[in-house]
Design a protein around this ligand. Structure first.
Ligand SMILES: [Zn+2]
Length: 262
C-alpha cells in the first residue's frame, strides 16, 4: 500500500484523544484526565447529534479508497490503557453504542483483574481488555514500555515497535494494525520502522485541517482535556483545534496574507 499522503483529500473525520476518564485528585495528572461527568456529557452530545463512532481502519479505508462510512463519523482513542477506560468510559460508550480504540503499553498491562485499582498508576488487566474487545473495542500498540521513540537506537525501536505488536496480537488473538508514538514523538526513521513491521498506520502529530492530506503514519488527533467545557468540546469537534491553537493559526494566516498583499 502506498504510504504517501492522500492526494484526494476528503472531509476531516475527528479523531479524539483521551487518557483517563476519572475523578483525579492529583493536579499534575489532571491535564490527562476528563471527569466522568464531562465525558458522559460529551458522548451524550455526540449521540444526540447523530455521530457514529468508527475505527481507525475504517477511517483509512475512507481516506484511501473512498469506502463508505456511517453518517457523521468520528474516532475515539485512549492512550496508555488505564483501568478507568474500563470502569468509567466503557459503560458510558456502551450506552450510546459507541466503540473506541485503546493504545496499550504492553508491559504495563496487569495479568489479572483481582488487584485493587486505586491511584493513577493502575492499568487494565487482560480479562477486562478481552471483555471490551468482545464488545467491539480495538486494542493497538503504544510500545512495550512507553519510551520516547526519537531517542532510541534502531535495535531498541525494533523491539518496542515489533515485539509489542507480536505480543499484543498473541494475547488479543487479533492483528495489531496501528501504532501510537508515546508523547507523539516521531520522525521519519521511527515511521519507517513502524511501516517495516506491517502496521497499517500510526497516530501522532496535530490534527489535520479539512481538505488537507492525511498521512497514514501520522494520524493527527484532537486531545480533550480536563478543563474543556462542553462548548469548547463542540468547537474542537468542529475545528479540530482548541480555541487557543485555532486563534493562533488564524492569526498566522492573517499575517501571511498581510505580507503577501504588501
Ligand atoms: Zn502514552
Amino acid at each position: 500500500m502506498s504510504t504517501k499522503p492522500n492526494e484526494n483529500p476528503r472531509p476531516r473525520i475527528p479523531v479524539l484523544l483521551y487518557h483517563r476518564v476519572d475523578t483525579e485528585a492529583d493536579r499534575r495528572w489532571r491535564p490527562f484526565c476528563v471527569s466522568p461527568e464531562n465525558f458522559a456529557a460529551q458522548m451524550r452530545w455526540l449521540a444526540e447529534q447523530g455521530f457514529s463512532a468508527i475505527h481507525l481502519s475504517q477511517l483509512l479505508d475512507y481516506y484511501r479508497c473512498g469506502l463508505p462510512v456511517p453518517p457523521k463519523p468520528f474516532v475515539i482513542t485512549f492512550d496508555d490503557g488505564y483501568f478507568c477506560n474500563y470502569s468509567q468510559a466503557f459503560p458510558i460508550l456502551r450506552r450510546h453504542g459507541f466503540v473506541a480504540t485503546v493504545f496499550l503499553i504492553h508491559n504495563f498491562v496487569r495479568r489479572d483483574a483481582a488487584a485493587p485499582r486505586e491511584g493513577r498508576e493502575t492499568f487494565m488487566a487482560w480479562p477486562e481488555i478481552l471483555e471490551m474487545q468482545e464488545a467491539g473495542w480495538e486494542f493497538h500498540s503504544h510500545g512495550l514500555d512507553h519510551r520516547r521513540m526519537t531517542a532510541l537506537s534502531r535495535e531498541e525501536l525494533e523491539r518496542e515497535i515489533g515485539e509489542s505488536k507480536h505480543h499484543l496480537a498473541a494475547k488479543l488473538g487479533r492483528p495489531v494494525e496501528f501504532f501510537c508514538y508515546p508523547w507523539s514523538k516521531f520522525n521519519q526513521s521511527v515511521q519507517a520502522v513502524v511501516r517495516s513491521f506491517g502496521y497499517r498506520g500510526a497516530c501522532g502529530g496535530p490534527p489535520f485541517e479539512a481538505g488537507r492530506p492525511v498521512d497514514d503514519f501520522a494520524i493527527g488527533r484532537t486531545e480533550i482535556l480536563w478543563g474543556d467545557s462542553l462548548r469548547h468540546f463542540v468547537f474542537k469537534i468542529q475545528r479540530g483545534l482548541s480555541y487557543y491553537y485555532y486563534a493562533k493559526k488564524q492569526l498566522g494566516k492573517f499575517k501571511r496574507r498581510l505580507l503577501l498583499s504588501d
